[in-house]
Write a protein that binds this ligand. Structure first.
Ligand code: AMP
Length: 281
């Protein structure tokens, strides 16, 4: 596996791969890899000849009071996990290259970025769409793989790709969970043993809501209240948001008549966790 840190070198390598007809699959990450990330490599490998993973903790998607400095990092471990999974290239730039002095250009998707995580993390998606566009221009992929774990991010990236006519297939891979149901996340390492136990309520509340919908409940407000009630029984859980929206457009839903996305962000102690489920009626 090759490690590339220089932008120009990455672009040259991508050009060479394209020139010999290789299909490039791309997996953007912030590192501290877990099974969720490794599954994205598998999905890329199924569809492409060469798999490139980026590992870059992007400062512009963190708010001033968020965990940019504390975000877990272990580049050597990441490299060995990615290599074992058959990743061909790791692109690992530094921030001086990505955002040089006097950097002034951003990419912004409107509307669907102002709800859910966008409402509680102002500027977050502007950082995400900017870095993903830049990475697309550096790695030049045919296919890019994202996780359903960040459901809103996947929808925003798909919209950006369509709106800007980017010639890239966006693939969304399912959420990978721990055996006990907790969605895998690099941020799970922040949880104490007790908080880790409390966090199980997140997946449990999604399952409860799914069951209610399958048994005929159609009132989104009632379902949201039931989720809030269940989650806030945990002593250290503080709800950031709980939303039920149309699965494709993120438009608000009052009466459930179609496929919906149930998504939330919850702080367990100091750790902000997100999770979601798509439910068909
Ligand atoms: P991150 O490194 O957390 O920014 O995530 C990089 C990519 O991995 C994003 O597309 C995430 O949606 C995806 N991802 C993170 N955790 C999971 C998970 N548990 N299951 C599936 N995909 C995930």
């Amino acid at each position: 596996m090759k490690i590339i840190t220089d932008i120009k070198a990455m672009q040259k390598k991508a050009d060479e791969l394209r020139a010999i007809g290789k299909k490039i699959g791309f997996v953007p990450t912030m590192g501290f890899l877990h099974e969720g990330h490794l599954n994205l490599i598998r999905e890329a490998k199924k569809r492409c000849d060469t798999t490139i993973m980026s590992i870059y903790v992007n400062p512009t998607q963190f708010g001033p009071d968020e965990d940019l400095d504390d975000y877990p990092r272990d580049f050597d471990r990441d490299c060995s996990l990615a290599e074992k999974e058959g990743c061909d290239i790791i692109f690992h730039p530094d921030s001086k290259q990505i955002y040089p002095d006097n950097y002034l250009t951003y990419v912004e998707v409107e509307d669907i970025t102002s709800v859910l995580c966008g409402a509680s993390r102002p500027g977050h998606f502007k950082g995400v769409t900017t870095i993903v566009t830049k990475l697309f221009n550096i790695v030049k992929p045919h296919v890019a793989v994202f996780g359903q774990k960040d459901a809103q991010q996947a929808i925003v990236i798909k919209k950006m790709t369509r709106d800007l006519n980017l010639d890239i297939d966006i693939v969304v891979a399912p959420i990978v969970r721990e055996k006990d149901g907790l969605a895998k996340s690099s941020r799970n390492t922040y949880l104490s043993g007790d908080e880790r136990e409390q966090a199980l309520v997140l997946n449990q509340s999604l399952k409860m809501a799914e069951k209610e919908i399958k048994s005929g409940e159609r009132n989104a407000e009632k379902l949201k209240s039931a989720i809030v009630d269940l989650i806030t029984r945990q002593p250290d859980a503080v709800i950031d948001y709980v939303e039920i929206v149309e699965a494709d457009t993120l438009a608000p839903v009052t009466i459930i008549t179609n496929e919906v996305l149930i998504a939330f962000a919850v702080k367990i102690g100091r750790t902000r966790l997100i999770d979601n489920i798509v439910v068909q009626v």
